[in-house]
Design a protein around this ligand. Structure first.
Ligand code: GDP
Length: 306
């Protein structure tokens, strides 16, 4: 069994590649839930849904949401003066409605997630990092925002002064998370944001130690190429969390206690020596994943490296 730790857009590309190489049944994915948010009383879990839609083969080309979705409900809400900056498609709403109904009945998020993915024909086990509420709170010069407000409503345009993971100390790993990591043939830290995706998963009490105990079988993939995130504002999150650099080497340093190997892009070959100096084995390859072939090729390289 391969275990992947993943956020949303970046992580799901690696998840897709791993599933194509080992088969969906041989993969378990532990997913960040600190980006979750409530809209109109509905629980939305963006990272879980992106991973689920990717594995179900129904994700839209833009990388999130359902393929060929329409936004009639959102348009209607806007007519009534409701905020409509978060893109919830009509088919996508069914996921959030079902989840919200089941949570209100007292069902744990991990159980609801399992129901959703099975109904969509996904054979990979998707585990939320925790069933407890953990939320990323972002402070900028103009105030405090939820993760989605910062990213989507305000377009990640501001520098970050502080990042807080509200509730993380009291969160417990969801059922199966620690066991899956402990029994995995390999643990893959996907190229997701090191601060607000992988950082939050590792921040759930017990998870960082569980991965560290498997360090020889754990490998991370860099989301940073040539000093810049492939996409998105990871550089702002890194700076907001107090890290001096946005580089592959910086990623390897953040993960040095939990992974024995680190995959960085060939364009960052000059950083390989500095990665090795951290006690982490550098693996050089092309880490861009524009299509299924590239994802599969990178997944093979990652697993072969172990
Ligand atoms: P979010 O939860 O939707 O913000 O997404 P993630 O945290 O999973 O992923 C965001 C990260 O994915 C960003 O830092 C990107 O640099 C990275 N990323 C996106 N596409 C690729 C890719 O093709 N290759 C690599 N190596 N990283 C990528």
């Amino acid at each position: 069994m391969i275990v992947a730790l993943s956020g949303g857009t970046g992580g799901s590309k690696m998840v897709d590649g791993l599933a194509r190489v080992v088969g969906q049944r041989e993969l378990t994915v532990v997913v960040n839930t600190a980006d979750d948010s409530d809209f109109y009383g509905l629980r939305v879990c963006p990272d879980l849904d992106i991973c689920m839609y990717v594995l179900a083969g129904v994700v839209a080309d833009r990388g999130w949401g359902y393929a060929d979705d329409t936004f009639r409900c959102l348009e209607g809400l806007e007519t009534y003066g409701q905020p409509a900056w978060f893109g919830l498609g009509d088919r996508d709403l069914a996921t959030h409605l079902h989840r919200t109904v089941r949570l209100a009945e007292g069902t744990a998020l991990s159980e609801v997630t399992d129901e959703l993915r099975r109904r969509l024909g996904v054979e990979t086990r998707l585990l939320p990092m925790t069933d407890d509420p953990v939320r990323t709170a972002i402070t900028t010069a103009t105030g405090e925002r939820t993760f989605q407000e910062y990213l989507v409503k305000h377009g990640a345009a501001e520098d970050i002064e502080r990042i807080e993971l509200v509730g993380i100390e009291d969160a417990a790993p969801a059922p199966g998370v620690i066991e899956a990591i402990g029994q995995a043939d390999a643990v893959v830290l996907c190229p997701s944001s090191p601060v607000v995706s992988i950082g939050t998963i590792l921040g759930v009490p017990g998870v960082r130690d569980a991965v560290a105990a498997r360090r020889d079988r754990a490998i991370a993939v860099s989301p940073i190429i040539a000093g810049r995130p492939v996409e998105g504002p990871a550089h702002r999150f890194l700076a907001g969390a107090g890290y001096a650099e946005c580089s592959a080497r910086q990623m390897a340093e953040i993960y040095a206690d939990v992974v024995g190997s680190f995959v960085l892009d060939e364009r960052d070959e000059s950083e390989a020596e500095a990665v090795a100096a951290l006690g982490v084995r550098p693996v050089l390859t092309d880490v861009l994943m524009p299509d299924h072939d590239a994802r599969e090729r990178l997944a093979r390289t990652v697993l072969d490296a172990l």
